[in-house]
Design a protein around this ligand. Sequence first.
Ligand code: CP
Length: 289
Amino acid sequence: MKNLFSLKELTVLDIHRIIDEAIAFKNGKKFTDLKGKKIANLFFENSTRTHYSFIVAEQNLGIIDTNFNAAASSVNKGESLYDTVRTFESLGYDGLVIRHPQNNYFNQLEDISIPIMNGGDGTGNHPTQSLLDLMTIKEEFGKFDGLKVAIVGDIRHSRVAHTNIDMMRRLNMEVCISGPKEFDDGSAEHKELNDILSDMDVIMLLRVQYERHGYEIQIPKTEYLKQYGMTKDRVKQMKDTAIIMHPAPFNRKTEIDDDVVECEKSRIFKQMTNGVFVRMAVLKRAFEV
Ligand code: CP
């Protein structure tokens, strides 16, 4: 069995294998070995894409899925994450998908005997999001080496940015960050968006994560869009072959304008589709010996 806590655990070869497996699933590969396995999805933080694409992936593989309702559970009686997870293990589940607001929550779960797939930990890691982003880039360009990526927006609070910056560098991609200086956490070189638009292969936008700030950001939404957001005028300055990505959910008219969400360069909904196939590949890997 194999956990997936962070992409740091995986070699570059592992990453390529998962993406190739996901592409094979997208092309119709059948796999029935996991039929009848029982997986519980434990989401302690809100989610639409990660949670429901894991459900679709599980159902595509014939897995029996259970969806934990944290609000109606004994978490509200003070039960710890460790005790909740040990309970699911004791009940006979074969694997778990967990999203939790605490960074590196999985460090306390290393002795659990069933595979755990991380659906996002605080501002730390989002391995399956990064894998689906990479799959989308590979489908588009057929390679990673030498591609130029700008990750734009609320870097400081983004587990997607932190996971992607690290992984993209390992894949020899050139990564810079852009957006308000207050969101610059030094993860990569900061550049002004208007200066780099025509040079990037991928512009990856990030949601302004208001709920994680604990303070009011000073920039009004319309001003944010004007200074740092992807507008139609900025799209026109991009290379013909370049694409726009966003992990979603997105704040329309803040980091992305309405008419950019589904423009010809946008791969946002394709990323969501690819999430199902990446998660099928991750589930298959979890039970490999
Ligand atoms: N991209 C992403 O993780 O979306 P959800 O929070 O809806 O799962």
